[in-house]
Design a binder for this molecule. Sequence first.
Ligand SMILES: *Cc1c(COP(=O)(O)O)cnc(C)c1O
Length: 354
Amino acid sequence: MSRFWNQRVHTLKPYIPGEQPRMAKLVKLNTNESPYGPSPRALEAIKASADDTLRLYPDPTALALRTAIAAQANVPVECIFVGNGSDEVLAHTFRALFQDDAPVLFSDVTYGFYPIYCQLFGLTYRTIPLRDDFTIATEDYEGPTGGIIIANPNANTGISLPLPAIESLLQRVSEQVVVIDEAYVDFGGESAISLIDRYPNLLVIRTFSKSSGLAGLRVGYAIGSPPLIEGLTRVKDSFNSYPLSRPAQVGAEASIRDEAWLKQTTARIITTRERIITALQKRGMEVLPSTANFILVHHPSCSAAHIFTALRERAIIVRHQGDSPRISDWLRITIGTDEEMDSLLTALDDILPR
Ligand SMILES: *Cc1c(COP(=O)(O)O)cnc(C)c1O
């Protein structure tokens, strides 16, 4: 607290990112990064960009990158917005496209940034409970709303929402923007991009941080009808004209062109995920059905807090969100390499009661 702060800052409850510890030989399974890293072509492009041209500002419209994304998504370039990580794209979305006169709606278990952006931008919100099995009940998204946001696959649960459920929501809600945050879609979810043509109020948000292995580069994007993109661009150009550096623009562009790398690395992660789910179930753990690069797990007799601490003592870091009531006794574990997951299993054999 400081008297020098603006009044608004006193009441903020900032997002607490997963830790990035500087321990050696750490098995880091807490922030859903890719164990395989970016496309080698992206790395080459980033290295090649480290030259004298860095004295020049980057393209404020990131046209080359947006054109590559548009080609891949099969939409016109006017339908693409890019930002400094999808967190920034989300922030601009809350600011530009959600209304103040009714609450923003999102799940009671989802990405922790949504309530924080509401607070930052003075929007009210209402959380909609997931069903008992942690699936999203889109029929419950009703009543006055200033906009709706759904992570699909959902953050923290990893569970996918089938496309018909999203479409039926869009058939009911046409006056407010519906955002689908597809940070994890490449690991087995179904994208809503195909609906953009028919629903001008649909915005799909994606990131290079998870499946493309570029969390450190900070690039995310949105796909939607040109009026939505124009709204986002107005806010962006009132905040920071150059959110993406030159290395970020060329790196992300090379990354999206290397579809083979994406396919190959996501397929490996999916195979590992399925193996680990079975192995954890054999050890008595409950595992939610994941289509993401992480799993949410629970043990009937051994508390999440205990497992978290015991793993940490063995230099394995997972995510425990103890202050999130419905999942306070659950752990979120990122799918790493097979070797990393084997050390997780070995550690759990040591920790869990037999
Ligand atoms: C990781 C994540 C993001 C943020 O990704 P960045 O592009 O790294 O900012 C957004 N939404 C969800 C659901 C995520 O899990």
